[in-house]
Design a protein around this ligand. Structure first.
Ligand code: IMP
Length: 211
């Protein structure tokens, strides 16, 4: 089945084609004749995921899907969340995004240890975090939403060279002591937010085709 994936992110594209496997032929935005940047002006991951998928549907009318992913860190009140791609500015520079994330967490930890030195009781700073992916599929003009979550913690520094984005600082619960950038792509896809959401989408499409 041919399906347009509304992303310009090579890492996402590679993972999605591995996750969906042979029954799906992924068409890129460029191949679908869509060259412009798709606006991501929504206030939630779901809103942005729908915006991206609807943009593609309105431009080419082909079965398509979009993925919007956010990283939610407990000690930062759920930030960067919907601003994950632009955490350190509009340049979407993932190295600067990671620098900012590690800096914000170390500031929170320094504040907590200063408070405890002054005898003020404060909750320990939690490095717990999760990736959330919201996938919107549009088929026959109808939209369907799928979600996947990966729980873990934020490392103190970068490790590993695999994956993309925040992978070098995200330690999934399934691989204690290893970041997503230190496990294989196959291992990441089997547990990841994107893997869960896209497998649910593939299951739905197979059931729809069988009817
Ligand atoms: P968006 O869904 O394209 O808006 O991506 C949001 C941000 O999250 C970007 O900075 C991506 O690099 C990052 N991101 C998305 N998926 C992953 C992932 O699986 N691992 C690490 N970073 C990710």
């Amino acid at each position: 089945m041919k399906i347009v994936f509304a992303t310009g992110n090579g890492g996402k594209l590679r993972e999605a084609s591995e996750i969906l496997g042979e029954g799906f032929e992924l068409v890129t935005l460029a191949q679908a004749g869509i060259g412009e940047d798709i606006p991501e002006t929504g206030k939630t991951l779901k809103a942005n995921s729908i915006l991206k998928a609807e943009h593609v549907w309105n431009r080419c009318g082909l079965t398509c899907f979009a993925d919007d992913t956010g990283l939610e860190v407990d000690a930062l009140g759920g930030a960067p969340g919907v601003y994950t791609a632009r955490y350190a500015g509009d340049g979407k520079d993932f190295s600067r995004n990671i620098d900012k994330l590690l800096h914000e967490l170390s500031v929170r930890e320094a504040e907590a240890s200063m408070a405890s030195a002054l005898g003020v009781r404060m909750k320990k700073v939690s490095r717990r975090a999760r990736f959330v992916s919201v996938v919107t599929l549009i088929i026959g003009g109808e939209r369907h939403i799928f979600e996947g979550v990966l729980e873990g913690t934020i490392a103190r520094s970068r490790s590993g060279s695999g994956g993309f984005g925040y992978d070098p600082v995200f330690i999934p619960d399934e691989y204690p002591g290893k970041t997503l950038a230190e496990i294989t792509e196959e291992q990441k896809n089997a547990i990841s937010h994107r893997g869960k959401a896209l497998r649910a989408m593939a299951e739905f499409l197979k059931e729809t085709e069988a009817r």
